[in-house]
Design a protein around this ligand. Sequence first.
Ligand SMILES: Cc1ncc(COP(=O)(O)O)c(C=O)c1O
Length: 448
Amino acid sequence: MDTEHTEESEEFVLTRSRTANERLHDLIPGGAHTYAKGDDQYPENLAPVISHGRGAHVWDIDGNRYIEYGSGLRSVSLGHAHPRVIEAVRRQLDRGSNFVRPSIVEVEAGERFLATVPSAEMVKFAKNGSDVTTAAVRLARAVTGRPRVAICADHPFFSTDDWFIGTTPMSAGIPTATTELTVSFPYGDLAATEEMLTRHQDEVACLILEPATTHTEPPPGYLAGLRELADRHGCVLIFDEMITGLRWSEAGAQGLYGVVPDLSTFGKALGNGFAVSALAGRRELMERGGLRHSDDRVFLLSTTHGAETHSLAAAMAVQATYVEEGITAQLHALGERLAAGVREAAASMGVGDHVVVRGRHSNLVFATLDENRQPSQRYRTLFLRRLLAGGVLAPSFVVSSALSDADIDHTVDVVAQACAVYRKALDAGDPTPWLGGRPVKPVFRRLA
Ligand SMILES: Cc1ncc(COP(=O)(O)O)c(C=O)c1O
């Protein structure tokens, strides 16, 4: 059953989702398995609980259909239940998922990965992005013998592990001794990074950053400059390609910009929703996690489920689909159409300076700014309410290749209606009447 989405969000209610959200909170701390999926990220009582998805669409348990953006926290970049991926997974399911010895699927998945990301020489698979960024950090510490990790301060997330979470406002439970070993550097500023490396001379094991993402393009020469800086200071350069992998190019941002990191980490889109991540990098470093050297061994990655055959099959199918069907280019084209439409809609409704689309076309986000052009969770709440009521589930505007031009055009229509309400609220100088309850909240905050 598809329920009609009414124009006034006040009439748009999610009775079953509301009850299920309460039950989720009774059962599961946070009511979700990723904080970014939490109902605190959505307007009060308008956090749909999903029944199922197909392509770019999802259905909630109240029977509403939505056009979805940022599917699977950016992991489902080909759309839900993608036929090529599902077929590859099904084939593998019948042959067993996990054995007492490596399966031949691991050879095939390794070869496929390194053919797609030729700047890497070895690869090791795991389940989550955090597993592989933490493995990269440990390896960097082991090979350099240095204690400190330098993270890019402008990037929101690297790992669920202590070396990163200790630096966020949710640092409860993490000893300061651990957090003190993590230092930071600003994106795009080589001089400041050099100053940090000099201040902690011979102590910094690695520089870890997303090669791009929050910035659409790295400043000219930046990544090459960072490469040179890392070499000069003897630290390992790690690109976290969780988001840029596949979305920038099939070979990630390193493939697009031609700067080769020592180590890089992939996940998210790699499995199109199946759990698979990868640590990739230079042989000389990666071999330290292996058996063919005489140095101290590094416990690099060793997980029960790391080589789950159907997830590796998913990764191979995803990479083949990207390369053979030109998916990265499709993502850019869809995003370009969406960004242009949203910008035009916002401008025509007089909120062009307030509803602001940013980012690379394959990875669009939006900002909601108040009367003073400051980021506003209250205006975000208003905006999300109107999108949801229009059948658009969009915590970001990150596209999947399953979106059709008609989906994009419908999204733009809904955005235009949302912008008309946004203008009313700006004129009133107060969005409160349009919030329907408490505002949405940032993921990282100290108090619940
Ligand atoms: C840039 C980046 N690195 C690492 C991670 C962690 O990945 P996972 O949630 O799979 O552990 C994320 C997840 O959002 C991410 O965006």
